[in-house]
Design a protein around this ligand. Structure first.
Ligand SMILES: [Zn+2]
Length: 414
């Protein structure tokens, strides 16, 4: 059985949990093992494993277990609310699939079976804690009640249908729910829930406005205020900004553009052809110094720039031996090492105001480097990928300034 780490203990300080899918087997194996016999592997705090990957019983799960890395299995229940999953070749392998989508019209029996089966699957896959198999909090009538009902049923089934584990409540707000987190938090407080996993149905931290990101943060903040630590879903480097503002943990996929759109996820496959056709163009590398995940072609351009290359050195286990050579082939390992490293640095700051100061400084340094990088990229001409605007760095700085009196907290002159 998986040794379980109490959630309250783990989430008492900043954590990063990689979100693992079937595309991540090699980078995760290599990062856990270390680049050479003399290099330690990456020290993960935990991982979120998507059910469609876990159901294939990948060896990665055994290795996480051997290294006593706690695992949360995402039942991917948000996708089981429209008929699309019935023809999705990855999802149809899940043993708890409802015969028809989970909606407010689903019967009590269907709900009960769904919840129990989803928990059994998580237990079998070695989950350290259970994630409630809940539905999107859509604006339309009935979804909020269905969400509460499934959450409550999960709490009842925990310890009855499966061994008892701490519960993480999946809360996936649409526009209306995002504006009213207080009601959600107070209802959750009545249930035996140890933490909350938040996933706004539409969130794009690199392109969204300050207002929208502020709402996403305030949503998390409401639960943290109620002593329910939060794991913020699929936020990428924006997770550091959230952590500076008191959010416990975040997850994000390895080397993907960090954004989430429930509507895109449940779109019929025939509308997704264009994305597949782009092939390798989607490969991305995380650049810690710029707090941005960039297309490989852009990073290769940056490494050609005299004034930038020297500032993009990575001394972590992924790159220590090879430098920039072959970085594109190591991008997955580099992502895991970099993210883990930056959250470790944040964790080393003992107070909240010091964390705020740390992230503020990182953003200022990234913004400086980004303006040099942008000029250099322009001079290089066409790189076969759109040069980034890096506008999110300014947006995130504005959010920090708005959420807290940054200058006062960091002791900088006004
Ligand atoms: Zn690296």
């Amino acid at each position: 059985m998986q040794a379980t780490t109490p959630l309250g203990e783990l989430l008492a300080s900043p954590r990063y949990l990689p979100r693992l899918t079937e595309n991540d087997t090699k980078p995760v194996e290599r990062a856990l093992a270390g680049a050479t016999l003399f290099d330690d592997g990456v020290q993960l705090d935990g991982a979120v494993v998507e059910a469609a990957y876990a159901v294939r019983e990948p060896e990665v799960l055994d290795h996480l277990r051997e290294q006593r890395i706690p695992v949360l299995i995402d039942p991917q229940s948000l996708r089981l609310t429209t008929p699309g999953y019935l023809t999705n070749r990855r999802l149809v392998a899940l043993p708890y699939l409802p015969a028809s989508p989970m909606t407010p019209a689903s019967t009590a029996t269907d709900r009960e079976h769904f919840v129990a089966d989803a928990l059994r699957f998580q237990q079998k896959a070695g989950a350290s804690w259970y994630l409630t198999p809940s539905v999107p909090l859509r604006d339309e009538e009935g979804w909020s009640e269905l969400h509460h009902d499934l959450t409550a049923r999960t709490a009842v089934a925990n310890g009855r249908e499966v061994d008892s584990r701490e519960l993480v409540a999946l809360v996936a707000p649409g526009t209306a729910a995002l504006r009213d987190p207080h009601a959600l938090a107070s209802r959750l407080l009545d249930l035996p829930v140890a933490a909350v996993y938040t996933q706004p149905l539409s969130l794009d931290p690199v392109h969204d406005s300050v207002d929208k990101l502020a709402r996403a943060w305030r949503f998390c903040h409401e639960f943290e205020e109620a002593n329910l630590p939060v794991i913020a879903g699929r936020v990428g480097a924006f997770g550091l900004v959230l952590q500076a503002l008191g959010v416990a943990a975040f997850d994000s996929g390895i080397g993907v553009a960090e954004r989430y759109s429930w509507a895109d996820q449940v779109r019929p496959p025939r509308d997704k052809k264009d994305e597949k056709a782009s092939g390798g163009a989607g490969k991305r590398i995380y650049v810690e110094q710029l707090l941005t995940t960039l297309p490989v072609k852009i990073v290769e351009g940056l490494l050609r720039l005299e004034g930038v290359r020297g500032r993009l050195v990575c001394n972590l286990g992924c790159c220590r031996q090879a430098g920039h050579v072959g970085l594109a082939d190591r991008r997955g390992e580099h992502y895991l090492f970099s993210r883990t490293h930056e959250v470790e640095q944040l964790r080393a700051q003992p107070t909240r105001s010091m964390r705020l100061h740390e992230v503020h400084q990182q953003l200022l340094a990234a913004r400086d480097l980004a303006s040099v990088a942008r000029r250099g990229l322009r001079d290089l001409g066409d790189l076969g990928a759109l040069p980034p605007s890096f506008g999110h760095l300014e947006t995130w700085l504005s959010l920090l300034a708005r959420a807290e009196q940054v200058t006062a907290a960091s002791g900088l002159p006004q």
